[in-house]
Design a protein around this ligand. Structure first.
Ligand SMILES: Nc1ncnc2c1ncn2[C@@H]1O[C@H](COP(=O)(O)OP(=O)(O)OP(=O)(O)O)[C@@H](O)[C@H]1O
Length: 244
């Protein structure tokens, strides 16, 4: 549901979120509010807790403490059906490209003719128009990731979580995916994406969440965080120094 005040997809918020293993905090986020509009990019070094946070936001992991809320209500099954997630390595069904999309559209109970139209439009959107009948598992890495994103978009999500979707791709494949992400964002899909790529954050982010050692060390407008970071951790990360 759109939020009238923010013009985005409502507020996604975490409060007192904590995940522990063996008494050590892997994630410790007292408060974080993602109101949109525009893509939110989560940056930080390896092991900072970016994927854990993304998985918590999507309800894949239950925190030991705290909770995720959408528009003030604890994340529930209804919210989750309006979210989708794409991982670093896409897992595609052992069937054709078109059938991978049809699988998702059938879950939305769309009639055959509408599904056919939607599949064509989606394949065009992802530059996969000529590959409808090709086995999905024979696609190149970039094509496979585009199909994974199209499949997530076929769900009609309000929020799309992306966990390093371009980390294994070359610049041209990355550019195609970034265009898809920006178009989805312009259509009103809330994008929350993990990346290590500072250049990508510059190209895509409206706001940036900077993480280190399980904590959010800075959250703000992308230009602000990238050009004039307030935290030492952000400065070191953006300067390209070794962050431990
Ligand atoms: N199920 C688990 N059990 C124990 N520790 C875990 C578990 N899942 C994640 N961790 C630890 O939590 C920390 C954060 O992991 P996470 O995957 O969120 O980091 P990340 O910032 O996404 O790193 P990367 O950029 O390398 O993907 C890491 O030290 C990881 O080993």
């Amino acid at each position: 549901m759109r939020d009238a005040v923010t013009g985005a997809q409502g507020i996604l918020e975490v409060n007192n979120l904590r995940i522990e293993r063996d008494g050590k905090a892997l994630l410790d986020v007292p408060h974080l509010c993602l109101g949109g509009p525009g893509p939110t990019l989560i940056l930080g070094p390896n092991g900072a807790g970016k994927s854990l946070l993304l998985r918590c936001l999507h309800g894949l992991i239950h925190p030991d403490r705290g909770r995720v809320c959408q528009n003030g209500a604890a994340l529930n099954a209804g919210h989750k059906t309006r979210q989708a997630m794409v991982f670093q390595s896409p897992v595609l069904l052992r069937r054709s490209v078109a059938a991978n999309l049809d699988f998702v559209l059938k879950r939305r109970s769309l009639p055959h003719a509408e599904r056919k139209q939607r599949i064509e439009a989606l394949l065009d959107e992802g530059g996969l128009g000529g590959k409808a009948r090709q086995p999905a598992r024979s696609l190149s890495g970039g094509e496979a990731q585009r199909l994974a994103i199209l499949r997530a978009l076929a769900l009609g999500p309000e929020t799309l979580f992306l966990d390093e979707p371009t980390s294994a791709l070359d610049p041209s494949a990355t550019q195609m995916i970034e265009r898809m992400i920006l178009r989805a964002s312009e259509r009103g899909v809330r994008i929350v994406m993990v990346t290590h790529d500072i250049g990508q954050a510059r190209r895509l982010a409206s706001d940036i969440v900077m993480m280190q050692a399980g904590r959010v060390v800075e959250h703000g407008k992308a230009m602000q965080v990238l050009e004039a970071p307030e935290s030492n951790e952000s400065r070191r990360y953006l300067d390209g120094g070794l962050v431990t």
